[in-house]
Design a protein around this ligand. Structure first.
Ligand code: OAD
Length: 231
């Protein structure tokens, strides 16, 4: 069975990474347009670098949680592909092998002159004024508001192939990612795992599992094995 997962910040909440729009979320303390938009970068690149340097440093100290681990384990018996809005690397660290990052990756940097010139940073910071080999400033490899989402077509293709689509830990506020649900085949079963009420404005029939990511994935796993007769 082909399972596609669309994940958002909520899947990493139990690892200790703040979500964006919850009451104690990142956008409570930062103006999103200051630190996560292309205009913000032009206005104050140092502030933007500092924001992502801090996120990257924090990432080193957290671990994948049970939800990430269950998704990785499911690869043993199912074809699992993950489309994540998250810029952390917790899916990969849990062992998932097919992950695409719609909004970029914290552990990478790229030249402002050439978006294809991408560098592995690991968890280190981008230093003030640090440049790529082409002379362009290094910037976080993040898709900011006001920028195109280069992987959206690939993501839509992956979603369209799913027999089961699991949406987990996203408020579905940000497009085009939120619109991906509409690409699911008519025959696909769609589940949404989130402890809070998520406002879905599309047309698909969704089974809501009102649980935290770890408990929700535990239930989902049990269901998938029962439904397919695998053990
Ligand atoms: P949000 O912060 O908008 O939504 C997080 C969702 O996770 C909410 O629906 C919460 O109820 C849910 N949640 C909280 N704790 C949870 C838990 N333990 N288990 C499961 N779910 C939980 O985050 P995203 O939807 O991922 O983009 O945000 C989308 C994009 O907006 C991000 O990729 C980021 C942001 O601005 C950029 O910065 C470009």
């Amino acid at each position: 069975m082909k399972i596609t997962v669309l994940s958002g910040a909520g899947i990493s909440a139990e690892s200790g990474i703040k979500t964006f729009r919850d009451s104690d979320g990142l956008w409570e303390n930062y103006n999103v347009m200051d630190v996560a938009s292309i205009e913000g970068w032009y206005k104050n690149p140092d502030l933007v670098q500092q924001f992502y340097n801090e996120r990257r440093k924090q990432l080193e100290s957290v671990e994948p949680n049970k939800a990430h681990k269950i998704l990785a384990e499911l690869e043993r018996d199912f074809e699992v592909e993950i489309v994540t809005q998250n810029v952390d690397n917790l899916h990969e660290r849990a062992g998932s092998t097919k992950v695409i990052h719609l909004h970029g990756e914290l552990t990478k940097a790229r030249s402002v002159k050439n978006s294809e010139r991408i560098y592995e940073l690991g968890y280190r910071e981008i230093r003030k004024g640090e440049k790529a080999e082409d002379g362009g400033l290094l910037r976080p490899h993040i898709v900011w508001f006001g920028e195109a989402v280069p992987l959206i077509e690939k993501a839509a293709e992956i979603v369209s192939q799913a027999e089961t689509l699991i949406v987990i830990g996203t408020s579905l506020n940000v497009y085009p990612a939120a619109g991906l649900l509409e690409y699911a085949a008519g025959s696909a079963a769609i589940y949404l795992i989130d402890p809070a009420e998520v406002k879905y404005v599309g047309s698909r029939r969704i089974t809501f599992i009102k649980e935290k990511a770890s408990d929700g994935m535990e239930k989902m796993k049990q269901y998938l094995y029962e439904a397919t007769g695998k053990c």
